[in-house]
Design a protein around this ligand. Structure first.
Ligand code: FAQ
Length: 337
C-alpha cells in the first residue's frame, strides 16, 4: 500500500554506501536531531536504510510466525466468546505483518525477498515465538506478557524517525493494547477459578516470564553470555530509529508487570526480585543468555516446527498468489485496451 507510485530506485548508486560526513549526511543527521520524519524518497545513509529493513522485516516475520502459538488454541478455546476474541487477535497479528512488510517495501526491498529470507531460515524473528503453548493459560500469558512487552517496546517506535514505520506502529500499538488487556482479563478469570486453574496459570507464568524479558534483546552494556551486548542500539538511537534502550524498556516492563502479577496472586519465578527503594525500580535476577543464544541459533523448543508450518502454509497459498497475479494481469490488459 505504501509503495504505490513511489518508484523507489533499487540499489541506487547515487546513495553513498557510507554515510561519512558528506553534506547530505550532515543535513540528514540535522533533520533527525530536529525530530523531522524521514520519508521514502528522502536522501538517507545506506546504513540507515539497511538497519530499517533489518528491524522492520524481523518485526514483520515475528508477527507472522507469532500467529502460530496462539493459533494452536483456536479450535480448543473454552467458550465461543474466547474463540471469537482469539481469532480476531491472531488475524490482527497477520495484519500487523502486512503493514510492516509494506513499510519495509518503501525502502526498496520486495516483499518476496523478505519472505524468502524468512522461509530459508536466514532472517531472524522474535525469540519468544519458539516456545510452545501447552495449556489454555498460555493464551492469557501471551496476551498479558508477550503483547505487554511488545507494546512497551513499540510505543517508542511510534516516534521512530522513519515516517512509514512510525505510522504503521501507531495502528499496531492500538491493537496490541487490546491484545494485552484481553490476556490480562483471561488471567483474571483464571485467578478467580479453581485451585487447578490457578496452578495452570502459575505454571504458564513460570514458563513465559523469562522468555518475555529476553524479548527486549541483549543488554545495553556487556553482561551475561559472551557477546550478548546490543550491537545496534547506539547507532539506532543516534538515528532515532530506537528511542529507548533495551535495558530501559525491560526495566519498565518489570516495574509495570510485577504489581499486575501480585494482583493475580502469582509468584514471580525469580528469587532475586526485590523492590529497590533507592532506585524506585525492581531489581531482578540474571537472564539466561545461553538459552537466548540457543533459541536464536535455531535450537529453541519450537524453531523447526514454526518454520516447517510457515513453509507449508506458503506452499499451500501458491494458488492464491497465482490467481491474484492472473487477475491483476487481466485487469491491466483491459485497462490498456
Ligand atoms: N529475538 O543490537 P540488538 C510481537 C537480535 S512482535 C530474536 O539489540 P536491535 C507482537 C537482533 O535482531 C515482537 N532476535 O538489535 C506479537 C540482532 O540481530 P541481527 C517483535 C533478537 O535490532 C505478540 C541481535 O540480536 N518485535 O511480539 C531479539 O537494535 C503476540 C543484537 O540485538 C519487534 O521486532 C529477540 N528477542 O534491537 C505477535 C519490535 N532481540 O539483526 C504475535 C521491533 C535482539 O544483528 C503474538 N524491533 N535480537 O542479526 C526492535 O525493537 C529491535 O529490533 C529489538 C532488538 C529491540 C528487538
Amino acid at each position: 500500500m505504501y509503495t504505490q507510485g513511489l518508484d523507489i530506485p533499487k540499489g541506487d548508486k547515487s546513495i553513498p554506501v557510507e554515510q561519512g560526513d558528506s553534506p547530505e549526511a550532515v543535513r540528514f543527521q540535522a533533520r533527525i536531531d530536529a525530530d523531522e520524519k524521514i520519508e521514502p524518497k528522502d536522501w538517507m545513509p545506506e546504513g540507515y536504510r539497511k538497519t530499517l529493513i533489518r528491524q522492520i522485516s524481523q518485526h514483520a516475520h515475528s508477527e507472522v510466525i507469532g500467529m502460530q502459538p496462539e493459533g494452536n488454541w483456536i479450535t480448543r478455546a473454552p467458550t465461543l466468546r474466547r474463540k471469537a476474541i482469539l481469532m480476531a487477535k491472531v488475524q490482527d497479528e497477520g495484519g500487523h505483518g502486512l503493514y510492516l512488510y509494506s513499510a519495509a517495501e518503501t525502502l526498496g526491498v520486495s516483499r518476496d525477498e523478505l519472505v524468502d529470507q524468512l522461509l530459508d531460515g536466514s532472517a531472524k524473528y522474535s525469540s519468544i515465538f519458539n516456545y510452545p503453548t501447552l495449556t489454555w493459560a498460555d493464551i492469557g500469558a501471551i496476551g498479558w506478557l508477550v503483547d505487554g512487552a511488545a507494546i512497551m517496546n513499540q510505543i517508542p517506535l511510534c516516534r521512530c524517525s522513519y515516517g512509514p514505520y512510525a505510522r504503521a506502529m501507531i495502528r499496531i500499538c492500538k491493537e496490541e493494547s487490546f491484545h494485552q488487556r484481553q490476556g490480562y482479563e483471561l488471567m483474571l478469570s483464571l485467578s478467580r477459578g479453581t485451585a487447578e486453574q490457578k496452578a495452570m496459570m502459575q505454571d504458564a507464568f513460570d514458563r513465559w516470564w523469562w522468555p518475555a524479558l529476553m524479548m527486549f534483546g541483549p543488554h545495553d552494556t556487556k553482561g551475561g553470555a559472551e557477546g550478548m551486548k546490543s550491537q545496534h542500539s547506539e547507532q539506532s538511537m543516534k538515528w532515532r530509529i530506537k528511542r529507548v534502550s533495551n535495558d530501559e524498556l525491560r526495566q519498565k516492563f518489570v516495574d509495570v508487570t510485577v504489581p499486575q502479577a501480585e494482583y493475580l496472586g502469582l509468584k514471580v519465578p525469580d528469587p532475586y526480585l526485590k523492590w529497590n527503594a533507592a532506585t524506585s525500580h525492581y531489581d531482578f535476577g540474571p537472564i539466561d543468555w545461553d538459552e537466548f543464544k540457543n533459541v536464536l541459533a535455531g535450537n529453541g523448543p519450537c524453531n523447526k516446527k514454526r518454520l516447517k508450518v510457515r513453509r507449508e502454509a506458503h506452499e499451500r497459498g501458491a494458488w492464491v498468489r497465482e490467481a491474484a497475479m492472473a487477475y491483476a494481469a487481466k485487469k491491466a490488459k483491459r485497462q490498456a485496451a
